[in-house]
Design a protein around this ligand. Structure first.
Ligand code: ARG
Length: 422
């Protein structure tokens, strides 16, 4: 035992000595997302997969074998986070078109979308809902280095009531189709949480109201009772897993917050009480305010049901006003786009809408970096440019605090200390 341990230790030291790879990024500026201050000019030194220093003056002396990358005219930022995506969904295949896609086929779709997402500057995502645990397979293939993609925090199948937004309602009863995440009653939902954890999820998602894209659900109506939502949250928290609730309607939002969810997704119909509840409970809101433009513009071609287009007309505008109110009230917000409903890689288009509807440029960047890392409980490892954190770094040409649309065109992407786009 001792011999083995010693050999292990020696090997580690040798590996460290012979393979320590230093990369130096020299840029016009680097954004400290926690304070909003620009460090300019900026030099970031990376050793292997970690940031070792972020400093103001351009240093002249680096290790001889360091790779030095010149990013003059560019601003460095931490890699972006999208807290609500569906990498295994194809934005061109909605409604009945999606029924042709098996879970294995969806996983391959996910490979293509993961690369697009990473190249758009999103180095971490939360994947909220996938059948057949296709998201878990994709996450593991990326972390094993088989395919490129962001760090994925995956939910597996979303929990939902029979006939609800997270069920599949496109068949008649003769076909007996039930989505993977359907569970009714406190004990069934607890079992489903346990099952998802058994198969490796990082987060639990459930549907607390109807939705836009599902057939036969009222977008404003609550799904799951308080008792069921509390059971989901209790079971997940007991296992150290955070909970995200899909909720458009006011009652569903409030009930989910009272049940203790960590984040509310969409959060379309907010009233003052819901906003105060979110503030008091520290509940994070993740509001997908760009996607309405795609649904109403391109959705019909992509197979979105007429019923869903109608529901989107009820939700889109109100959600944006709710966003404005929530920002004004100081609710904690993260960036969540629902990409998969619209094309992956276009995630960054939401930034300008977040600014248009009330956020400062800095707040929008924080929502997609440090706030998101905190929601994932990864803030000591990810979410800002700081010594000791993983080197997930992007660069844009110009100052994104003056022009937020620069985040739609990310020119340089590094993940884990490796350049993936330059
Ligand atoms: N997945 C969501 C749903 O089906 C999409 C909602 C999109 N619309 C919006 N305004 N955010 O309910």
């Amino acid at each position: 035992m001792i011999k083995q341990a010693l050999i292990g230790a020696t090997t580690l030291t040798l590996t460290h000595l012979s393979f320590a790879q230093t990369t130096v990024l020299n840029a016009d500026a680097a954004l400290d997302v926690t304070t909003g201050k620009m460090i300019s000019p900026a030099t970031v030194i990376i050793e292997n997969d970690k940031i070792v220093s972020v400093s103001k003056s351009n240093r002249k002396s680096y290790p001889k074998d360091a790779t030095v990358i010149d990013l003059s005219d560019h601003t460095l930022l931490p890699g972006l986070f999208d807290m609500h995506v569906h990498l295994t969904f194809d934005a061109n295949a909605h409604g009945y078109k999606r029924l042709q896609l098996t879970a294995p086929r969806s996983a391959i779709t996910g490979v293509v979308n993961a690369k697009r997402t990473l190249e758009a500057g999103f180095t971490s995502v939360r994947n909220l809902g996938a059948g057949g645990y296709a998201d878990i397979a994709l996450r593991d293939a990326i972390s094993d280095g088989d395919v490129p993609g962001p760090r994925i925090f995956a939910s597996g199948p979303a929990l939902g009531i029979t006939g609800g937004h997270c069920d599949n309602n496109l068949f008649t009863h003769e076909h007996k189709v039930v989505a993977d995440g359907v569970a009714d009653g406190p004990w069934q939902v607890r079992k489903k949480v346990r099952e998802n954890i058994k198969y490796g999820v990082n987060v639990i998602k459930f549907c607390a109201t109807g939705g836009v894209m599902s057939k036969g659900t009222k977008v404003g109506a609550q799904q799951y009772s308080f008792e069921e939502m509390s059971a989901i949250v209790d079971e997940a928290h007991m296992r150290g897993v955070v909970v995200a609730a899909h909720a458009h309607g006011t009652n569903g939002i409030k009930t989910a917050i009272k049940a203790g969810v960590d984040s509310v997704e969409h959060a379309s119909f907010l009233d003052d009480e819901a906003i105060q509840l979110a503030k008091r409970n520290g509940t994070v809101l993740s509001m997908d305010i760009y996607t309405t433009e795609y649904i109403l513009g391109e959705g019909e071609k992509a197979g979105i049901l007429p019923e869903s287009l109608d529901k989107e007309r009820q939700v889109g505008g109100i959600q944006r006003e709710s966003f404005r109110k929530a920002v004004k009230a100081g609710v904690n917000m993260v960036f969540g786009s629902d990409a998969g409903v619209y094309p992956h890689g276009d995630n960054g288009k939401q930034f300008s809408r977040m600014v248009q509807f009330g956020m400062s440029e800095l707040q929008a960047v924080q929502a997609a970096t440090i706030n998101a890392a905190t929601l994932l409980k990864q803030q000591t490892q990810l979410g800002s440019l700081e010594a000791g954190k993983f080197a997930d770094i992007i660069a844009v040409q110009g100052n994104p605090l003056e022009d937020i649309t620069l985040l739609e065109n990310v020119g340089f992407v590094m993940k884990n200390g490796k350049v993936v786009k330059q």
